[in-house]
Design a protein around this ligand. Structure first.
Ligand SMILES: Cc1cc2nc3c(=O)[nH]c(=O)nc-3n(C[C@H](O)[C@H](O)[C@H](O)COP(=O)(O)OP(=O)(O)OC[C@H]3O[C@@H](n4cnc5c(N)ncnc54)[C@H](O)[C@@H]3O)c2cc1C
Length: 450
């Protein structure tokens, strides 16, 4: 009997990576989960702001439950592109497949001349700012520290930019209340809202002297990507989604008191004494998806800090070919990387966007295809008719190509499996990972992690 055993590498151990690992392990496939950080929780720990305490705890538990399964080799502190080369991993290590689940950690460029020169000099990006916010109170935190000054300017419009303005407002009101001898908690301010907490302590918010940060968005408020219409939406459904977006913005502003300007396109930086002191913006005229600058409407918006929150895209990793801001995945239903037939993508890394559920469902769907149609070890019980129909409707040759693949991928030999295991163990040892998933996580969890 030929050996039917397979070994798959997954890059990134968070929502998408852990879901993929669990499905593979449940099919008797060995999995190496290569994670750059000590802990595998990705955007749950470092993106989702820490006021989502209960949701974060539950997601950690879900990820732990998946990653502690037998057959999964967790490899922490190992970064693709630094400790492991992409081409080497895909071409030489001998894995049956490689699944990229490394998310979207690169902030989209602000897109004005010289902006990269002023990073940390009056200009910062969303991802490091939220990382700081989530970890800043830990004794062991030694990363960059940021201020959250009043009247900061945030460029954005999506859900993450609302989190950024919330952070600024919570920090400023907590500070202002403290200066008046009132100790509040971030959790109370976030849950009940700034006006309610001020009232509880006998203040009107305007008495505290906080002017509030300003969020600028290039289109109209009803265009903000805070809610999405269904696919092929009717005009009525589009109108409803626009109303939902406006309501979400209004409620957030009532609760957190930030300022907002719509139809403002960033055209340049205001620089003083080597630091960003604001932005040059121009008004826009919005028609459909187009936001055209209105000539003669240029103005300066001055601010002690500018935070760019205009979306995240996958990081550039040496060896990975890019198509614009994204990796060269082809095929919507089974994102296959470039010309390689055994490298796939799941979760945020594919589109840069999404949420916890989207990453989870995407990883489930793609990994099921990989197991059943690429590796060919599934039980064939999944209903794939919709998948083939959809792929064929898109004119994709992929469905047929993979159908031919079923049962065709040879298993790895004993010596190939042993060689992979030896390499993986060496990386685990290098990281100090010696005694299993649970004891590692317990040892790596800061005692004061919020
Ligand atoms: C501010 C903010 C607020 C959000 N709020 C919500 C919300 O309220 N609800 C919601 O559902 N979603 C929310 N999201 C989105 C949600 O957190 C993500 O969509 C989801 O968690 C992404 O999961 P993922 O597994 O695809 O990617 P990630 O969580 O990004 O996981 C990628 C993993 O890969 C690792 N990795 C990256 N590069 C490498 C490398 N080179 N080598 C090895 N490992 C690597 C990372 O460390 C990480 O563990 C929010 C996101 C942000 C930023």
């Amino acid at each position: 009997m030929p050996n039917r055993e397979h070994f798959v590498a997954i890059i990134g151990g968070a929502v998408a990576g852990s879901v993929a690992a669990e499905i593979l392990a449940d099919h008797g496939i060995r999995v190496a989960v290569i994670e750059q950080n000590k802990r595998p929780y990705g955007k749950i720990e470092d993106g989702l702001p820490r006021w989502h305490a209960e949701q974060r705890r539950q997601e950690y538990e879900r990820i732990d439950a998946r990653l502690r399964k037998p057959g999964i080799y967790y490899v922490p502190c190992t970064r693709l592109g630094r400790d492991v080369e992409f081409d080497d991993l895909c071409d030489n290590w001998g894995f049956s497949a490689v699944i990229l689940a490394n998310g979207a950690w690169r902030d989209r460029d602000l897109g004005v001349p010289e902006s990269e020169k002023y990073i940390d000099r009056g200009l910062i990006y969303q991802n490091p700012f939220i990382y700081w916010y989530n970890h800043k109170n830990e004794k062991s935190y030694d990363g960059p520290r940021y201020e959250a000054p009043d009247e900061a300017l945030v460029v954005g419009g999506g859900l993450a930019s609302i989190d950024v303005v919330k952070i600024l407002q919570l920090e400023n009101y907590e500070r202002a209340l403290k200066a008046r001898g009132v100790q509040t908690s971030m959790h109370d301010l976030e849950r009940k809202g700034i006006p309610a907490i001020c009232k509880q302590h006998g203040f009107r918010p305007e008495e505290l002297g906080v002017k509030g940060c300003l969020l600028v968005y290039r289109r109209r408020e009803q265009d903000m990507p805070l809610a999405q219409p269904p696919e092929n939406a009717t005009p009525d459904q589009v109108a409803k989604t626009e109303a939902v977006r406006q309501k979400m913005l209004r409620l957030a502003r009532e609760k957190y008191l930030f300022r907002f300007q719509e139809r403002r396109l960033t055209t340049g930086l205001v620089v003083e004494e080597g630091r960003v002191a604001g932005l040059r913006v121009v008004e826009t005229r919005v028609e459909g998806r187009k936001a055209e600058p209105v000539p003669g409407s240029e103005q300066e918006l001055r601010a002690p800090l500018v935070i760019s929150s205009i979306g995240s895209v996958p990081e550039v990793i040496p060896g990975i070919c890019m198509k614009g801001e994204y990796y060269t995945f082809k095929g919507e239903l089974l994102p296959q990387y470039g010309t390689s037939d055994h490298v796939f993508g799941v979760g945020n890394v594919v589109s840069g966007q999404g949420n916890i559920r989207v990453s989870l469902v995407h990883a489930q769907a793609v990994t099921t295809q990989i197991v059943e149609n690429y590796i060919g070890v599934g039980n064939g019980n999944s209903d794939l008719s919709g998948w083939y129909a959809a792929a064929e409707a898109r004119g994709a040759a992929q469905a047929t190509a993979l159908q031919e693949r079923v049962e065709a991928l040879p298993g790895l030999s004993e010596s190939q499996l042993a060689a992979l295991e030896t390499r993986i163990r060496a990386f685990q040892e290098r990281a100090g990972y010696l005694s299993g998933y649970d004891s590692w996580i317990a040892a790596q969890t800061p005692p004061d992690l919020e």
